[in-house]
Design a protein around this ligand. Structure first.
Ligand code: ADP
Ligand code: TYD
Length: 207
């Protein structure tokens, strides 16, 4: 049996990842059947702990938070019941809203990009995406969208943090992007335009 394809969406908060991943999920389900939509932080036990830190219910050191995301990702990939690998092996396509580029972007500082890339070899040896869509959106626009759509802000949803995260994404894509099939998407385009570009690219990797 042919393995499923692993498709990842990346970008700052409010860039449109969850909107487009849901649309693509529906399209792949209609066209090929059996597709799985997932996200990070996950809804598993480590992901729940992370969400409690992000919404300030639990206070934790930021290095601890950075390493929790790595643990959450390893479980996301390798969990014997619900891990991404179990779906791919059954021929099911998997779409993930965020993956390791998020760690490279959100945890520098306090962790270094070198440290994060090295630590992630445990993850990249298990799984790399077949395609990564990076939705590039100016921070100003992301903040406008977040103001409209979210009642509560998590600890990273500030202008200063998102500017740093944007620089980090660009640096990480420059360093690691050659190892992955990365497609940069203009986040200022309409949802329809983005959906068209993404589905066109997907048709080149999914027969
Ligand atoms: P993310 O998952 O990256 O945080 P969302 O998909 O939740 O982003 O989108 C954040 C907000 O922006 C939502 O209100 C959504 O409807 C809106 N949005 C998403 N994509 C676009 C777009 N291309 N143009 C304008 N608004 C968008
Ligand atoms: P998410 O629910 O995707 O937020 P949004 O829809 O606003 O993009 O992610 C929650 C937060 O987790 C977001 O601020 C980014 C952060 N995050 C990290 O800091 N490191 C990571 O490795 C991942 C996957 C997410």
């Amino acid at each position: 049996m042919k393995k499923g394809k692993f498709i990842v969406f990346e970008g700052i908060d409010g860039s449109g990842k969850s909107t487009i991943s849901k649309l693509v999920f529906r399209k792949l389900n209609d066209d090929y059947g059996n597709t799985h939509l997932t996200f990070e932080p996950t809804d598993g036990p480590i992901g729940s702990l992370i969400r409690n830190i992000l919404n300030k219910r639990i206070i934790a050191d930021e290095k601890t938070l950075g390493t929790l995301f790595l643990a959450d990702r390893l479980d996301h990939i390798g969990n014997p019941v619900s891990g991404i690998l179990t779906y791919l092996e059954k021929g099911i396509h998997v779409i993930s809203d965020r993956f390791y580029y998020s760690s490279y972007a959100y945890h520098v500082p306090p962790l270094s990009l070198d440290w994060l890339i090295n630590a992630h070899t445990v993850c990249t040896e298990m799984l790399r995406p077949d395609i990564v869509f990076y939705i590039d959106l100016p921070v100003e626009e992301s903040l406008k969208r977040l103001k409209k759509s979210r009642q509560f802000r998590d600890i990273f949803e500030t202008r200063e943090k998102l500017e740093q995260v944007t620089l980090n994404y660009k640096e990480a894509l420059k360093r690691e992007g050659k190892k992955d099939n990365v497609v940069i998407i203009d986040g200022l385009a309409t949802v329809e335009e983005i959906f068209k570009k993404v589905t066109e690219k997907l048709s080149t990797i999914i027969e």
